[in-house]
Write a protein that binds this ligand. Structure first.
Ligand code: HEC
Ligand code: HEC
Length: 413
């Protein structure tokens, strides 16, 4: 009884210092590494009151991976708009296109997307040849909750062997046990399936919190009348929100109404094949590592087990453009490094003679990995863009950077 009392005092004390620490954006946590350690220390001391607080601790906890080297936050870095900018040698060799796993040698085949604003994605739906929403580049997880259970058991990611193994890691931490029982139910650990589901609910709850969904970019301020666009930003906006001048709006707005809506996420959540070339660097490395065959092809939506028709091959989910200026490299396989290249690629697909060469390789553009089903309606609309217009569009895209990441824009072209 006495111990319990002391524990309670201790946790109230630590909880209040946690809140003070949390509100201090100028804290001296220099690196993500330090931050991860701090957050997981916290997980042993603080009794969590809400699903989201518990989810936050789990998101930063490396104990949930086989060798205890990797948390969700390792690949989704909270300081980098939740993408993976790790500088380990393998990732640098592959130009950070894909992520390294907990075994310190495996790599995935897809670029780690931002998870800012991911919680606003509708659940996956497929009807009459049209897919919309869902998690991952191919929508194979219905929603955030289903998604959250997958990286833990993925051999090239956190690499845990079973739900049971994950739950036994949770149970190593007395504080998690108490928190799970308090937040979910006293019997939550009676069965691993229930406990695992609770873990995914907590992670998804954290991903719905403000830090992921701040809507405080200059663009949002502009909509609220609190920021005035300069001349170039205005030109970029006009280009983006026009079906005559560009084609962006037909795929990168929630509804193709061309109105400047608040809380716009800059994606229709639909799926298209836009003809992205294979990332040869990543493919070759995965072949050497025995992770894929010589003839492996990423069919996107067609890899989703619910989709069995060939006309969906090569389609990928339209990603959000929020924080896009700081989340390079681009596309599902990270094949392009710069926004300038992305925009020139769109021009190339529309036969704009100005851009026959990929500026990153100085060679003609590589052919599409999947040549069937390339969209020939939306991609072809709009007028051809010259360099000046491309620059204006990039200036507009930079406005979509959340306030917490604005400092990362310095020096970005
Ligand atoms: C090894 C790196 C790595 C780790 C660890 C990792 N992820 Fe990811 N995450 C990725 C990659 C790569 C994708 C895209 C994969 C795909 O489309 O097939 C992704 C996709 C996602 C998405 C989908 C976003 C969208 O808009 O489609 C969410 C949400 C997400 N991860 C959350 C998590 C959570 C929660 C954890 C921890 C339980 C986690 N990730 C651990 C690399 C990682
Ligand atoms: C046919 C629909 C379509 C049109 C039109 C379109 N996009 Fe996209 N966009 C996509 C899809 C789909 C992807 C993801 C492809 C992939 O990952 O393979 C994408 C990816 C991107 C990316 C990279 C995102 C990331 O996180 O990797 C940027 C930047 C982008 N588009 C900007 C634009 C701009 C600016 C325009 C107008 C000039 C435009 N797009 C027109 C569908 C479209």
């Amino acid at each position: 009884m006495k111990n319990l009392y002391i524990n309670q005092i201790l946790s109230i004390f630590l909880l209040s210092s946690f809140f003070i620490g949390c509100g201090d954006s100028s804290s001296d946590e220099k690196t993500n590494e330090n931050e991860n350690i701090k957050k997981s220390e916290k997980s042993e001391k603080v009794l969590f009151k809400t699903r989201a607080d518990l989810g936050e601790a789990l998101f930063f906890d490396k104990n949930l991976s086989k060798n205890r080297t990797q948390a969700c936050a390792t690949c989704h870095d909270s300081k980098q708009a939740f993408v993976d900018k790790r500088n380990n040698s393998l990732m640098l060799e592959l130009k950070q296109a894909v992520s390294l796993g907990d075994d310190n040698k495996s790599i995935g085949n897809r670029n780690t997307p931002t998870i800012n604003y991911a919680s606003l994605t509708p659940s996956f739906k497929y009807s009459s040849s049209d897919a919309i929403g869902g998690m991952f580049h191919d929508g194979r997880a219905k929603d955030l909750k289903e998604q959250a259970g997958m990286p833990l058991l993925n051999p090239v990611e956190m690499n845990m062997s079973s739900k049971n193994e994950v739950i036994s890691r949770i149970k190593e931490n007395e504080n998690y046990i108490k928190s799970f029982e308090k937040i979910f139910s006293k019997n939550i650990f009676n069965n691993d399936e229930d406990a695992y589901e609770a873990l995914t609910i907590a992670l998804a709850s954290f991903e719905r919190t403000k830090i992921f969904n701040s809507f405080d970019s200059k663009y949002d301020l502009y909509l609220e009348g609190k920021y005035e666009l300069n001349e170039k930003e205005r030109r970029g906006r006009d280009l983006f929100f026009s079906n005559e001048k560009t084609n962006c709006a037909s795929c990168h707005l929630i509804n193709n109404s061309l109105t400047l809506n608040t809380k716009e996420t800059f994606t229709s959540y639909k799926y298209f094949n836009i003809g992205i070339p294979k990332n040869i660097l990543v493919h070759n490395k995965r072949v050497v590592l025995g992770l894929e065959n010589e003839d492996a092809i990423d069919n996107g939506l067609f890899e989703n087990k619910d989709i069995l028709v060939d006309d969906q091959k090569g389609k990928f989910k339209v990603p959000t453009l929020r924080n896009i200026a700081i989340t390079s490299p681009y596309m599902h396989n990270g094949v392009f490094q710069k926004l300038d290249t992305v925009l020139k690629f769109y021009e190339f697909t529309r036969d704009n003679n100005l851009y026959k060469i990929n500026p990153e390789t100085n060679k003609v553009w590589e052919k599409a990995e999947v040549e069937e089903n390339i969209d020939n309606v939306h991609l072809l609309s709009g007028k051809e863009l010259d360099q000046e217009k491309i620059n204006a569009l990039i200036t507009f895209l930079k406005l979509l950077t959340d306030k917490q990441y604005e400092h990362l824009l310095e020096g970005k072209k």
